[in-house]
Write a protein that binds this ligand. Structure first.
Ligand code: ADP
Ligand code: MG
Length: 582
């Protein structure tokens, strides 16, 4: 406290290095995934063709990255841990043309400031590896050890001496997911590098290093997605530009509930950039239902003086000299890929013009109503050549007429007949209701008088650990009860009528099927899917009316959460034409 009349002169002093390095560490090493990122980048800069990552206890126990890169000469090992020590930049003007992932010389000292670090490295021309161990950033042990060519960095007890930082860590499964998602990005950016990620005892990711982007996509998102992905390229012949875009984009029928599936690489650096992500999304406008997002891997190359990568200590952001050009190139590359491979089916005109010949049985399904509505209005082109987003198409009031095959609801509206898939429609309704309740923090949970005991498989247990928070936010109250058994004390009300242990097991399996991004949506998806009425279930008129009423309230009534149509519309005009009344 300052007393009246006692103004103290302040003293300005330069912080001692052990303090300044901690401040820098705070920016560079925010969480375990940041350590993994910096170490992978060092391995890639060292020209490694194999990078293995081992993580224990969400990274707080151990992080070890092993590469077969060029190694560090023994006399420079300790130097690498000095702040601003780097082999990648010498002159200020080098900063304007950075071709390596690292350049700040901050990562190793920052990591060593907040963990115990061991480094073992052997260049190809050395007979053995040089070993160095640091505690609190200070070397405590140095020596020679047998080692293969390359570098292994082991990080132990991360943040053990930073209790404040440690407190902000999420439970290991959540940190594991961050790490898995991060390594996936590098696997996609460097298909020629063989990546292996082990989380505790599990092999979480393994790529072939074949050099084919499709193979990397298959390792990360699965073979089915990889096979469906469309190649993109820019410029097309004749276009004069210094920007090159290549990569893969999902066809519109493959979509996800979150934006986390758009990966952007600029000159092989993984970056986060909202505008470019938006450019990718915009290329899908009119092709993908609102609320759905594509999977894409965008490899953007441009002269290095056109981008500034020295924006932030984590190097995850970049600035462009000509951002609009980059935006347009990405948007066109994706749009072109979509149009080449999957022409937008034209509207079945009421006057009888033919529909574009569909190429595959899959495309035989009519375009969703929202799409036809957009098509019918024509696609307004904006100045940049982009397509305006589809207007929100709400459902007219529908009158339920009956049910077909215990699967489809027949309804009449002002525009003719609607055939509604009861499962898809119910899924859409539940999905939106569940998300809305979660956002209002008003999830309807139902306590069980007798807690149910459910046994789970090892894989299902991982899913529970990974999704624990998201599951509780949706109304599950779970308590570990033995090695692989849980006590279920409460469940989301939507599952109330279901056979609990079966519904729960199915839910966990659905959750584990997709790669991990946006957990909450995935839980909502799975819940909606398992709680929705099945095809083949006969419904009373009143139940159908109730379902249609709720569908009318939905924001995106025409597609189910997976993007499939919930209904087919036969207009009055079409009926008249088919019956040759006109
Ligand atoms: P930066 O990557 O910004 O140069 P770092 O602190 O991450 O700074 O690394 C310091 C230096 O240590 C690097 O410039 C590089 O010469 C060397 N180095 C670090 N990791 C490796 C590795 N896995 N293989 C070879 N050299 C490495
Ligand atoms: Mg580095």
């Amino acid at each position: 406290m300052r007393m009246e009349g006692e103004l103290q002169a302040l003293t300005i002093r330069i912080l001692p290095p052990e303090v300044s390095v901690l401040i820098a560490a705070g920016e560079v090493v925010e969480r375990p995934a940041s350590v993994v990122k910096e170490l992978i980048e060092n391995s890639l800069d060292a020209g490694a063709s194999q990078v293995s990552i081992e993580v224990r206890q969400g990274g707080l126990g151990l992080i070890r990255v092993t590469d077969n890169g060029k190694g560090i000469p023994s006399d420079m090992l300790a130097l690498a841990f000095h702040r601003y020590a780097t082999s990648k930049v010498t002159l200020a003007r080098d900063l304007t043309r950075i071709t390596t992932l690292g350049f700040r010389g901050e990562a190793l000292p920052s990591i060593a400031a907040v963990a115990e670090v061991e480094m073992l490295s052997r260049p190809a021309d050395a007979v053995a590896g040089a070993y160095l161990r640091l505690v609190d950033g200070t070397p405590v042990e140095q020596g020679t050890r047998g080692a293969p060519v390359g570098t292994t960095v082991t990080v132990l007890h991360l943040f053990a001496k930073q209790p404040a930082r440690r407190k902000f860590m999420r439970p290991p499964p959540a940190e594991n997911q961050q790490i898995a998602s991060l390594v996936s990005q590098y696997a996609l950016a460097y298909p020629e590098v063989r990546f292996s990620l082990r989380l505790d005892a599990r092999q979480a990711l393994l790529t072939s290093g074949s050099g084919e982007l499709t193979d990397a996509v298959a390792s990360v998102y699965g073979a089915e997605v990889a096979a469906a992905m469309l190649p993109m390229r820019w410029p097309l012949d004749g276009e004069r530009t210094t920007i090159r875009v290549s990569g893969l984009a999902s066809p519109p029928h493959i979509s996800r509930a979150s934006r986390g599936y758009v990966s952007l690489f600029i000159n092989r650096r993984w970056v986060l950039n909202r505008r470019l992500t938006f450019a990718v999304e915009e290329a899908y406008s009119g092709l993908m239902p609102a609320g759905r997002h594509p999977i894409a891997v965008v490899d953007l190359r441009l002269p290095c003086e056109e981008v500034d990568v020295n924006v932030h200590p984590t190097k995850a952001e970049v600035r462009f000299r000509q951002e609009n050009d980059a935006f347009a190139a990405v948007q066109r590359a994706v749009r072109q890929a979509l149009l080449e491979q999957a022409p937008v089916p034209s509207v079945p005109s009421t006057t009888g013009a033919a529909v574009t010949q569909p190429a595959t049985p899959e495309e035989m399904t009519p375009p969703p109503l929202w799409q036809r509505a957009v098509e019918a209005e024509g696609q307004p082109q904006t100045a940049a050549g982009t397509v305006a987003p589809p207007p929100k198409v709400s459902l007219p009031m529908l009158r339920v007429v009956g049910q077909i095959g215990s699967t489809y609801i027949v309804a009449e509206g002002p525009e003719g007949m609607y055939l509604i898939d009861q499962h898809a429609a119910h899924e859409r309704v539940l999905f939106e209701e569940i998300c809305a309740a979660r956002q209002r923090r008003a999830v309807d949970a139902q306590g069980l008088l007798e807690p149910a005991i459910v046994e789970v498989s090892p894989q299902q247990k991982e899913v529970i650990l990974a999704y624990y928070e998201a599951l509780s936010e949706h109304g599950f109250q779970l308590e570990p009860f033995g090695e692989r058994t849980y006590l279920v004390r409460a469940i989301p009300a939507v599952l109330a009528e279901k056979d609990l242990s079966r519904a729960f097991a199915e839910l966990l399996d659905t959750l584990s099927e997709e790669a991990a991004v946006d957990q909450q949506d995935r839980v909502a998806f799975s819940l909606a899917c398992h709680a929705a009425v099945r095809a083949g279930q006969s419904l009373a008129l009143e139940e159908m009316r109730e379902l249609i009423r709720r569908l009318e309230q939905a924001e995106v009534p025409h597609t189910c959460p997976h993007g499939r149509p919930t209904m087919i519309h036969m207009s009055t005009a079409l009926l008249e034409k088919e019956f040759r009344r006109r």
